[in-house]
Design a protein around this ligand. Structure first.
Ligand code: PMP
Length: 367
């Protein structure tokens, strides 16, 4: 039997596993930070209508520059942040993972390095590996905030080409203050200068504001976003970035031609027409997130303050064992490999009740 190791795969891929949260058939799935609410029927109809229109032209390649879609994404960012961005500032791809990959293909690559402050979104390191970019694991404090002095020191020492800052951070939920991002930007400019990528996949759930206004006068800053979480459209695969127009020009050097299908563009445009409705679900999820924090604390667990649609809770001598015991109670949460901690995504009130019942019940066994 031929296995991976019998093939001439690149050395850095040998013995590695692909990214993957378990996709288990469990009654309550709170493990992948999805939005639990299906799209409203009116939006489903609008998607069908726009896709039908797009289908009439599927013999042609789609708009390579996704001009309509980028214009509407720019409008959404401007409306929600008060900071004006336009078509030239916005780029879109199939999920923010592809946006991040394009950024590393453009600004990383063989002989270059990227740094992230871990624990953080594990795909940053995996995309680095996939693009031949060296990965540097930067530090965080015990409480999962970024230790600015230690981070500045790591940047000065390693002089990375790309600096990732995830805010709110996954899997911890921790928001990074604007002053910290500014200081990291300054450190990165002094060291190289490098690109600083602020991953705001969960920003709509934050108690604080987007860092988009920091783009002003900072051509090496990129803010990355997604429709997977706040727009409840993880299945759509639509991510985007805002940056100086030169960054948008640069990523076009590596994008595949016609990478965003006409169906994707039509669907995303339909979803953007329903932004107001979708953002109401975000408000509901924020209050459910806050309820999870309060109830976990009341049940005697430790919780990391969260600005995202999930909550990190602990602390456990054996987090994986606790993960399994929650699963035995019909609820799937996530073990991200952070020693002592697990992560639960805010679901519907009923799903969250099921999770809270499970962990309250479990607590008796743990004490
Ligand atoms: N960034 C962060 C911090 C994430 O947690 C995720 C999804 N888990 C992504 C980016 C990628 O999301 P998508 O590719 O669906 O846009």
């Amino acid at each position: 039997m031929t296995g991976i190791d019998d093939l001439p795969v690149r050395d850095e891929l040998r013995g590695k596993s692909p990214y993957g949260a378990p996709q288990l058939d469990v009654p309550v799935r709170l493990n992948t930070n999805e939005n639990p609410y299906p799209l409203p029927e009116a939006l489903v109809d609008r998607i069908a209508e726009r896709v039908r229109e797009a289908a009439r032209n599927l013999n042609r390649y789609p708009d390579r520059d996704a001009v309509d879609l980028r214009t509407q994404l720019a409008r959404y960012l401007t409306d929600t942040s008060g900071y004006e961005v336009g078509l030239a500032n916005v780029w879109a791809a199939n999920g923010s993972n592809e946006v991040l990959q394009q950024l590393l293909q453009t600004f990383g690559g063989p002989g270059r390095t990227a740094i992230g402050f871990e624990p953080s979104y594990s795909m940053h390191g995996l995309i680095a590996r996939g693009t031949g970019t060296g990965w540097i694991s930067g530090p965080r404090r015990e409480d999962f905030t970024i230790d600015l002095a230690a981070a500045e020191q790591a940047i000065a020492e390693h002089r990375p080409d790309v600096v990732f800052v995830t805010t709110p951070n996954n899997p911890t939920g921790t928001a990074v203050p604007a002053e910290t991002v500014l200081a990291l930007y300054e450190a990165a400019q002094a060291a190289r200068p490098s690109m600083v990528v602020v991953d705001e996949a969960y920003i709509e759930f934050s108690h604080g504001d987007s860092l988009l206004p920091l783009l002003e006068g900072r051509p090496h800053l990129v803010v990355s976003r997604t429709m997977s979480k706040a727009f409840g459209a993880a299945g759509l695969r639509l991510g985007y970035l805002a940056a100086h127009p030169a960054v948008v020009d640069a990523v076009q050097l590596v994008r595949l031609p016609y990478h965003l299908s006409a169906v994707t563009q039509a669907t995303a445009l339909a979803a953007l027409e329903h932004t107001d409705t979708l953002l109401k679900y975000v408000e509901q999820l924020k209050s459910e997130r806050d309820r999870l924090v309060a109830e976990l604390l009341a049940a005697g667990y430790e919780v990391t303050a969260s600005d995202a649609n999930f909550v990190q809770f602990g602390r456990f001598a054996d987090a994986h064992d606790v993960w399994r015991r929650i699963l035995d109670r019909g609820v799937l949460v996530r073990d991200n490999g952070v020693p002592g901690w697990l992560r639960v995504t805010a679901g519907t009130p009923e799903e969250n009740d099921a999770f809270l019942d499970a962990v309250r019940d479990l607590k008796k066994e743990l004490d």
